[in-house]
Design a binder for this molecule. Structure first.
Ligand SMILES: Nc1ncnc2c1ncn2[C@@H]1O[C@H](COP(=O)(O)OP(=O)(O)O)[C@@H](O)[C@H]1O
Ligand SMILES: [Mg+2]
Length: 258
């Protein structure tokens, strides 16, 4: 289950406002790529362009390409719902469906897709996904309790399980640990390192220690006062965090701004 994901000269707009400009990135398979940069530089916007969630917001527009296995996801024939099953997403705030149990939350996307309906098959998918998300042992005895009864860190892993249940190829994570305590954060990071064996992962984080600890590649983005977010530097994380080439990257990672 490995795919080629890359962007080519990607621009994204909110109305007339250009939020990111000319982004060309290759996301390495079975690796974690971190997108870092100060608030407002366009990290979340870029991430949402990767699975066409940007266009869900009114008056938005994208130029350029996102290419998955040779196919431009913005080609007219592409079904956004189908592609979002291939490129799953986890958000900053854990958002389990409040009226659903833990188990129902995990299989919600699978049921929506309608391909699996048998109860025993859905149970098996729930278990497999919860195991993958390193949550099974904590919830196996209370699968019928509400998803919102879990702790914040557990809820975030529940959302990861829900994203994994539809068997995506790419996992997009927008600051998945920013609302969590240090122990939950560590669990999410461990989980990501484990998941990259199977998935290609793109994570947005404003936590540079986190990017340095768990990503293989890092892209540093920056926007000016009146200019859109751009990719200043991209490379393997060890180089970006030890020997950045661009002085702006160095200023950022050493905490001089942002
Ligand atoms: N829903 C929106 N409507 C209008 N502008 C937005 C919206 N979301 C983000 N923006 C603008 O796009 C730019 C990039 O924002 P964002 O992608 O959220 O940055 P980051 O995730 O790096 O903090 C900012 O100028 C922000 O104000
Ligand atoms: Mg953001």
């Amino acid at each position: 289950m490995t795919v080629d994901l890359r962007t080519q000269s990607l621009n994204a707009y909110y109305g007339k406002h250009m939020a990111v400009r000319d982004i060309t990135i290759n996301f390495e398979k079975n690796a974690i790529t971190a997108l870092i940069g100060p608030s407002g530089c366009g990290k979340s916007t870029l991430l949402r362009c990767l699975n066409r969630m940007h266009e869900v917001i009114a008056n938005t527009r994208v130029e350029g390409q996102v290419v998955l296995d040779g196919e431009n996801l913005y080609d007219p024939g592409v079904d956004p719902t189908a592609l979002r099953r291939r490129i799953g997403m986890v958000f900053q705030r854990a958002n389990p469906f409040p009226t659903m149990t833990i188990k129902e939350n995990v299989v919600a996307g699978v049921r929506l897709a309608g391909e699996v309906t048998q109860r025993s098959a859905l149970d098996a998918i729930a278990e497999k996904s919860l195991r993958q998300a390193a949550l099974w042992d904590e919830v196996k005895d209370k699968l019928n309790q509400s998803g919102t009864s879990l702790s914040g860190g557990q809820q975030q892993r529940l959302c990861i399980a829900r994203a994994l249940a539809v068997e995506p190829e790419v996992l997009l994570m927008d600051e998945p640990a920013s609302a969590l305590d240090p122990i939950s954060t560590m669990k999410i990071e461990e989980l990501m390192r484990d998941l990259k064996k199977t998935y290609t992962i793109v994570i947005v984080t404003h936590n540079m220690q986190q990017a340095a600890r768990c990503s293989d590649y890092t892209g540093f983005m920056l926007a000016g006062e009146a200019t859109p977010g751009e990719l200043v530097e991209f490379g393997d994380s060890s180089s970006i965090f030890t020997t950045p080439k661009d002085p702006r990257t160095e200023d950022y990672i050493t905490g001089r701004f942002g």
